[in-house]
Design a protein around this ligand. Structure first.
Ligand SMILES: [Zn+2]
Length: 462
C-alpha cells in the first residue's frame, strides 16, 4: 500500500515539473536496484537516487533522474544501492594487533591489556585507525561507533577520510596508553567532547570501558558530564560471567540495573553486547531508550553466548550490529557479519523462520541509526536524509541469480562486492578506489608497525 502511494507520489509530482527547467543536483545514481530500507521496505528495480550537498533529495523510479541536472552521474547497472551500513561497536585502531591472542583463554588480561600497556601509542592509533577506516569504507560501512585511546588524534584522521563516526574516549581504572593516571581518560574525554561537539561528521563521546573497570564515583561523573554536554556514552555491558558475579556480589544488581543506579542508562547510552540480560533488564533498556550494539561474530568467537538481540529488536529496542574490535571479531565490515546474525539466531531458537534476511539488513542500517539515535538522518534512502549510500555489485558469482535482494546480501554477498561508498554526499570510494586516502601509504605504515610489534614481542612484554 505504502509502496504504491510512494510510486504514485513520485509520478504525480514529476508530471507538472516535466515542462520546467531541471533542478540542480550534485550527484545522481541511475539505473540502480534501490533497496531503500524505508518504512514500506520499497525496492525499486530500475531506480534513481538524487543527492544535493550532503542530503538525499529524491529516490524513485529511473524517470526521477530526468528532473535533475547533476554535476556527476553514477551508472549503477548491475548493482544494488542501499543505505550505508552502521558499525555500532568497534575499536578500529586495534587493527595493529589483529590476529594476536586468538583461540586462547583470558585474552583480555593476558593479551589485550599487556599489548596496549607496552605498545599502544598515538602513532599506532593514527595508522591502525586509518587502516580500520579503509577496511570499513571498502566494506560499505559509512558510520562507525568507536571506543579507544587518543580519540582526538583518531577524530582528525577519520574526518580527513570523510567517514562519519561516534568516537568515545576511553576512561578506565588503570594507567592507559594516553593517560598516566587511572581515570586520566575522563579529562581527555571532556576536552575532546568540548572541542568536537557540533561537527557534521564526528560525534565525540565518553567511553567508560565496562562496569567492572570503572568505579561508581567515576561512572556518576561521566553520567553528569554526558548530560551537561549532551554527548553519547559508549560502554561494554553484560558481556561476561565474571561481570555478572562481581556486580551481584558488590551491588546485588545486574549490570543493566547497576548502570541505571549510577544514572547512565538513558538515551545517550550505546551498550555493547548485552549478552546476559534478563527480561526485566530488557524492559529497563527499552524504558530508558538506550541503544544496543549486537556483536554476533565477536560473541560466538569468544564463546560467551548469544545475546537476545532478536527478542530485543522485536520488543522495539534500538538494536544495531557491530563487529567489536579487530582483536575480537577480526574484521570490521558488516556484510561479513550478516549471515552469522541470521543463522546463529535460527540455531539458537531451533527455528529456521526467525531472523529473516530483511530483518538483518534492517539491523545493519536503520537499526544502527536507531542505536545511536540518528534515525531521523541516517539508516534509509529517503528524501531529506543524509546521503550515506553504498553501491554493491550483484554480478559477482555468488550473487547470481538475484531473486531476493535481502537473501543475496545476507547469505551470499562479500564485502568485496561493495563498489562505491558515499558519505555525507561525498564519494569516498568509487569503483573500489579510495578517493580520500592513500591506501598504499597506510599499508606501508602497517607493515612497518607489524615489524616493530614483532620485535617487541620477541623481546617480551612487561
Ligand atoms: Zn568492545
Amino acid at each position: 500500500m505504502l509502496r504504491h502511494l510512494l510510486i504514485a507520489w513520485v509520478f504525480a509530482s514529476s508530471l507538472p515539473l516535466r515542462a520546467q527547467r531541471p533542478e540542480p543536483a550534485d550527484l545522481v545514481i541511475t539505473r540502480a536496484h534501490v533497496v531503500t530500507m524505508n518504512a514500506a521496505k520499497d525496492v525499486i528495480e530500475d531506480g534513481a537516487v538524487v543527492i544535493r550537498g550532503e542530503r538525499i533529495v529524491a529516490v524513485g523510479p529511473a524517470a526521477v533522474a530526468a528532473r535533475y541536472t547533476a554535476r556527476k552521474t553514477i551508472d549503477a547497472r548491475g548493482a544494488l544501492v542501499l543505505p550505508g551500513m552502521i558499525n555500532t561497536h568497534t575499536h578500529a585502531p586495534m587493527t595493529v594487533f589483529r590476529g594476536l591472542g586468538d583461540d586462547v583463554p583470558d585474552r583480555l588480561r593476558r593479551f589485550i591489556f599487556p599489548l596496549e600497556k607496552n605498545l599502544m601509542n598515538r602513532e599506532f592509533v593514527h595508522w591502525g585507525g586509518l587502516h580500520g577506516v579503509v577496511e570499513m569504507i571498502e566494506g560499505g560501512v559509512t558510520t562507525f561507533v568507536n571506543s579507544y585511546y587518543f580519540e582526538e588524534e583518531f577524530a582528525a584522521v577519520v574526518k580527513q577520510a570523510g567517514m562519519r563516526a561516534v568516537l568515545g574516549q576511553t576512561v578506565i581504572n588503570f594507567p592507559a596508553p594516553d593517560a598516566a593516571e587511572p581515570y586520566g581518560g575522563l579529562a581527555l574525554a571532556e576536552k575532546f567532547a568540548r572541542a568536537w561537539r557540533g561537527d557534521p561528521l564526528i560525534t565525540p563521546a565518553i567511553s567508560p570501558h565496562a562496569p567492572y573497570t570503572v568505579d561508581v564515583a567515576h561512572l556518576k561523573k561521566i553520567a553528569a558530564l554526558s548530560a551537561e554536554l549532551d554527548v553519547p556514552v559508549l560502554m561494554h555491558l553484560a558481556e561476561m560471567t565474571e561481570e555478572m558475579t562481581l556486580l551481584r556480589k558488590d551491588h546485588n544488581m545486574t549490570p543493566v540495573e547497576f548502570l541505571d543506579s549510577v544514572g547512565l542508562l538513558n538515551r545517550r547510552l550505546v551498550a555493547a553486547h548485552c549478552i546476559f540480560v534478563t527480561d526485566s533488564d530488557i524492559a529497563l533498556l527499552k524504558a530508558r531508550d538506550a541503544g544496543v550494539a549486537h556483536n554476533m561474530v565477536a560473541n560466538i568467537k569468544s564463546a560467551k553466548g548469544v545475546a537476545p538481540a532478536l527478542r530485543m529488536f522485536d520488543d522495539g529496542l534500538r538494536v544495531g550490529l557491530g563487529t567489536d574490535g579487530p582483536m575480537s571479531g577480526n574484521t570490521l565490515d558488516l556484510i561479513g557479519q550478516l549471515g552469522y546474525v541470521a543463522k546463529v539466531h535460527k540455531l539458537d531458537r531451533k527455528d529456521r523462520n526467525v531472523m529473516p534476511a530483511i530483518k538483518v539488513v534492517e539491523m545493519a542500517t536503520l537499526g544502527g541509526a536507531r542505536a545511536i539515535h540518528r534515525e531521523a538522518d541516517l539508516g534509509s534512502l529517503e528524501p531529506g536524509k543524509l546521503a550515506d549510500v553504498i553501491i554493491v555489485d550483484h554480478e559477482s558469482t555468488a550473487m547470481v541469480p538475484l531473486f531476493d535482494v535481502y537473501s543475496a546480501l545476507v547469505y551470499a554477498a562479500s564485502p568485496r562486492d561493495v563498489r562505491t561508498t558515499i558519505i555525507h554526499g561525498r564519494v569516498v570510494m568509487e569503483d573500489r578506489k579510495l578517493l580520500t586516502l592513500d591506501t598504499a601509504a597506510v599499508r606501508a605504515r602497517m607493515r612497518d608497525i607489524t615489524r616493530r610489534i614483532n620485535a617487541a614481542l620477541a623481546a617480551g612484554l612487561k
